[in-house]
Design a binder for this molecule. Structure first.
Ligand code: X2X
Length: 336
């Protein structure tokens, strides 16, 4: 009798615990967020900021857990978009470059010498062209929410100053795993090698490659100068925006309220990170120069020589990206 009563009590307690667990999990839902760079970099900070704001505004109902270093795709950043589309990853703050193998329209931002300044970038992302890019992402099962920014990508190398295409002749340059970069650097006479960010620093350290291209914040935080990259050319040849996005099924499963919180916090975190990245550029450049890196700025004529050397790449990739999108972006840039 006593034993039965105890069993009943245990059963009741277990049932209670089960109800509680269900209630808790219904209350607190965790979404995984992939990034390439961790929070020592503005990119990782953008994701952390998003997580912070979401937690605050949903009072813990929704939690974003950030997984940096492309760890959810074993370091292969070009698989991030597919992993998010298939639901292996719930969300990401990702680079347009890394997603461009799956979303050709994202190559818009990597067209060499197409976006001269931050105003051009804002005119594109904030206008009709930006909407077209977001539609292209959405049509592939991922919901884009907001823009962030990795920054204008600058060229560094270990061999000498670069101020004309001929200086790149035969230089082994690490590029990201996107075919457009292969074409741009081949057109410039360099010898491009595609590899992930995880492999880049070791390759620079051993001298397996002579150079790389990345925004100043990445060069600075990752201390790229310490692996022999003593020459830096400021050529603003492309800008690398980030996109905050969520898998479509995950999005559909959220309440309307949580969706608006996710969207508005992504926009806020993105604006915060873009402003910070841009504000810090000049300090970063000064810090890099102080560490002994020789910085080359291009004259208008030198810049033009690079533009001409990559004109065919521009033309070829325009058809892959879509004439209409490229034209819409060009108009926005001209009218900025
Ligand atoms: O791999 C790179 O160069 C990085 C970190 O900038 C990107 O993920 C695009």
């Amino acid at each position: 009798m006593i034993a039965t009563r105890r069993l009943t009590r245990i059963a009741a307690a277990l049932a209670g615990a089960a109800v509680l667990t269900t209630a808790l999990s219904a209350q607190a839902r965790e979404l995984s967020v992939s990034t390439v760079l961790p929070d020592a970099f503005p990119w990782g900070q953008a994701a952390e900021k998003w997580a912070e704001l979401v937690e605050e505004r949903t009072e813990g109902r929704l939690t974003l857990r950030v997984y940096p270093n492309s760890q959810l795709v074993n370091g292969d950043q070009t698989r991030e978009f597919s992993a998010m589309r298939s639901g292996l990853i719930d969300a990401a703050v990702g680079s347009t470059i890394n997603w461009s193998p799956q979303v050709p329209q994202l190559n818009l931002f990597s067209l060499p010498f197409f976006m001269p300044d931050v105003e051009a970038v804002d005119a594109v992302t904030g206008g009709e062209a930006g909407e077209m890019v977001f539609e292209a992402i959405e049509s592939r099962g991922v919901v884009p929410l907001a823009w962030g920014e990795n920054g204008f990508r600058q060229l560094s190398n270990s061999q000498g100053p670069i101020d004309e295409p001929a200086d790149l002749e035969g230089l082994k340059i690490r590029v990201v795993g996107s075919p457009l970069f292969q074409d741009t650097f081949t057109a410039l006479g360099a010898d491009p090698t595609q590899m992930s960010w995880a492999d880049a620093k070791p390759a620079l350290t051993t001298g397996a490659v002579d150079g790389q291209e990345n925004p100043l914040s990445v060069f600075d935080v990752a201390r790229i100068d310490q692996v022999g990259q003593e020459y830096l050319t400021l050529w603003n040849y492309m800008n690398d925006p980030l996109v905050f996005a969520v898998n479509q099924q995950v999005w559909d499963s959220l309440s309307e309220e949580d969706r608006s919180v996710l969207r508005e916090t992504a926009v806020e975190a993105g604006e915060w990170e873009i402003a910070m990245t841009r504000e810090e550029e000049s300090e970063r450049l000064a810090a890099i120069q102080e560490r002994g890196v020789e910085v080359t700025e291009l004259t208008e004529a030198q810049h033009q020589a690079f533009v001409e050397a990559t004109a065919d790449v521009h033309e070829e990739w325009t058809s892959r990206i879509g004439e209409e999108l490229v034209d819409t972006a060009r108009e926005a840039i001209e009218a900025r």
